[in-house]
Design a protein around this ligand. Structure first.
Ligand code: MG
Length: 159
């Protein structure tokens, strides 16, 4: 049986933090605010995987009230999502994600990000789709206040 899951996340920019997207540190003058490393892309993908197997969301599995996980690398969260998929004897078919940001330009980092995600999910890199778009200057993202990400995951579950 094929199932799909949807993930969405948004984080506000914060001066003085590194910008981490898909586990890759992107050279930029500011990063994102969050309890973890604020890797908005990885969070959206983890939520998509949780959704595909009927699990609760990332906030349930990694609550931002838990001081023991402050500053956590979000690839750890993604690994946990994969573990839950594997525990159901399911396999990930593919991931597709879109980053929505006015800045920085993500294109030069696409391959590094896809490699990082593929490594964490133990998937061939071709199974990781990644795109980026701006918000055409509209709304909070358009004003450059943060970065959002959307993701979809397709999972094959034993019937
Ligand atoms: Mg998040």
């Amino acid at each position: 049986m094929i199932t799909t899951g949807l993930g969405y996340d948004i984080h506000r920019f914060n001066e003085g933090r590194p910008l981490v997207l898909g586990g890759v540190v992107i050279p930029h003058h500011r990063g994102l605010q969050g309890h973890s490393d604020a890797d908005v892309l990885t969070h959206a993908i983890a939520d998509a995987l949780f959704g595909a197997i009927g699990e609760r969301d990332i906030g349930h599995h990694f609550p931002d009230t838990d001081e023991s996980i402050r500053g956590i690398c979000s690839l750890h969260i993604l690994s946990r999502a994969r573990e839950l998929v594997t525990a159901r004897h399911a396999t990930i078919n593919n991931i597709d994600a879109t980053l929505i940001a006015e800045e920085p330009k993500i294109g030069p980092h696409f391959e590094a990000i896809r490699q990082s995600l593929a490594l964490t999910l133990v998937l061939p890199v071709e199974r990781i789709g990644l795109k980026a778009t701006t918000n055409e200057g509209l709304g909070s993202i358009g004003r450059g206040e943060g970065i959002a990400a959307m993701a979809i995951a397709t999972v094959e579950l034993p019937s």
